[in-house]
Design a protein around this ligand. Structure first.
Ligand code: TRP
Length: 480
């Protein structure tokens, strides 16, 4: 794919003061209207001339920015093609909804990703602000940069401070029964957001997506949805504040949802999704249409039972950064169909046991710790497979120290060990050589085992009846 110099922000209109193609397009359209009105109203020639001059200037700017001539009624959507979501250039990390890889043992360079994707860093100021506004200590995922990037979070907080509520939307593609620890990250954080801000949550299970992408039957995908829902419910979501849905079921049951899907479909061209997702001529048309289905839950009118038909409730989407392409597209479309853009909070990936060059993947059993693993399996996997930043011999390790930055056990502890001071002590001791790899692994094993065991216990409590309740379209405990 040819990468042009257009930045993501240029195309999607997220930039603060700078003129994006969409801004320019809108300005041009309204300036065209002004000229026409002046002419029909037979305004003074000088006024008409001035308006025409401005129109011409805008057309020149537009051509410069987009490389295209302005056409009435034809928004600058094709420009999205030139964004960088295709294969990464040499030496860059590869991140899209289906692949994550880098050559760096420390993992993906997330700061670079922020620049490439045109999102904003979650800096200390934002973390402090979340604490101030919510009155709660920030979740460890925020304190430690695991949720590291955002779009429009300040806007969400501004509104929240003025007593304007918002809702959460997240999801999962149910491709197997076997959830691993990495799958829990967005849900653990979403639960914290729900508890902290006391807001409704919708969870999309994209069984349709998995059917389209994988060699699975519709029945399998739907069955995985119902099984995965139990793991999600076991994360502790409040049944009065949470709606979980299967696309295969909800799409047909909710006219308002489907109307939003169609609206999005009308406003995104094949060229755009090709540019964003890399679709080709031999991809089935279901894939090409799917992004609209992942976009639709970002609009409150897709859930009239919860939002009473209101279409202006702001949406906040916690997700792993690889899902961002869907929501760049969504944010591009939103204003054109009269909806607010969803805000986003992006997480880093959960590294594979073998190292942070790639993320944990359910299709590689050795790369993953599953939520169904026994304490013994957890112990064996960590001891056998967790990539170590330690030295080859105890003597060398004592002398030179280990490298926590590439050590997977240490990375997992940053995700799951709650105590900041303990974590910092482990880091220092490991780096100095005082703590050996075996001891570090032991700390991790002792942290993970109870976590997974209690997840398993909570999951056992989730009955078919509970799943059904969570998945029934119904009002939640909020009045809109
Ligand atoms: N496409 C996601 C996956 O394959 C599932 C998903 C749907 C999702 N909607 C979402 C993830 C919203 C995060 C946020 O896992």
């Amino acid at each position: 794919m040819v990468l042009t110099k257009l930045k993501m922000t240029d195309c999607l209109g997220d930039g603060a003061g700078d003129m994006t193609p969409m801004d320019l397009y809108e300005k041009l359209t309204s300036q065209g209207d002004t000229v026409r009105t002046l002419k029909t109203e037979k305004a003074a020639k000088a006024d008409i001339d001035a308006a025409v001059q401005l129109l011409l200037k805008l057309k020149v700017d537009y051509k410069q920015v987009t490389g295209q001539d302005y056409k009435t009624g034809c928004p600058p959507s094709e420009c999205v093609v030139s964004q960088d979501n295709g294969p990464a250039a040499d030496g860059e990390d590869m991140v899209d909804p289906w692949n994550v890889s880098t050559t760096n043992a420390k993992g993906v360079d997330y700061d670079k990703l922020i620049v490439r994707f045109g999102s904003s860093k979650i800096d200390q100021e934002l973390v402090d602000r979340i604490e101030r506004v919510s009155g709660q200590k920030a979740h460890r995922f925020l304190r430690r940069g695991i949720f590291f990037s955002h779009r429009d979070m300040h806007q969400v907080l501004d509104a929240y401070e003025k007593n304007k509520s918002f809702y959460l939307y997240t999801g999962r593609g149910p491709s197997s029964d076997a959830l691993h620890m990495g799958h829990l990250i967005p849900f653990i954080f979403t639960k914290w957001l729900q508890d902290t801000f006391d807001i409704p949550l919708v969870i999309q299970l994209t069984d349709d997506e998995k059917y389209l992408w994988k060699d699975l039957s519709l029945e399998d995908c739907h069955r995985y949805t119902m099984e995965n829902a139990k793991d999600i419910i076991a994360c502790g979501f409040d049944i009065n504040k949470t709606f979980i849905f299967s696309d295969l079921d909800y799409m047909g049951a909710s006219p308002d949802f489907y109307r939003n899907v169609v609206k999005v479909q009308k406003h995104v061209t094949f060229n755009q999704v090709k540019g964003i997702f890399g679709f080709g001529d031999s991809d089935c048309i279901g894939k090409i249409a799917f992004p609209a289905i992942q976009a639709a839950p970002s609009f409150s009118s897709s859930f009239p039972q919860i939002f009473k038909g209101r279409k202006d409730v702001q949406c906040l989407i916690p997700c792993a950064i690889d899902q961002d392409p869907y929501f760049r597209m969504t944010r591009d479309v939103a204003p054109r169909i009269g909806y607010p853009k969803p805000a986003l909070l992006h997480s880093t990936f959960f590294p594979a046991l073998q190292g942070a060059q790639t993320k944990m993947s359910a299709s590689d059993a050795n790369s993953s710790i599953f939520l169904t693993d026994t304490p013994k399996q957890i112990k064996n996997k960590v001891n056998k497979h967790a990539f170590s930043g330690g030295k080859d011999t105890v003597e060398e390790h004592r002398k030179y120290g280990g490298n926590p930055d590439v050590d997977v056990s240490f990375m997992y502890l940053t995700f799951f060990l709650e105590d900041d001071e303990q974590l910092e002590k482990i880091r220092q001791d490991y780096a100095s050589g005082a703590l050996l790899t075996g001891e570090l692994k032991k700390r991790l094993i002792e942290t993970l085992q109870p976590l997974i065991t209690s997840h398993q216990e909570r999951r056992k409590q989730v009955t078919e009846e509970t799943v059904k309740q969570f998945m029934t379209p119904r009002p939640l405990n909020y009045s809109f």
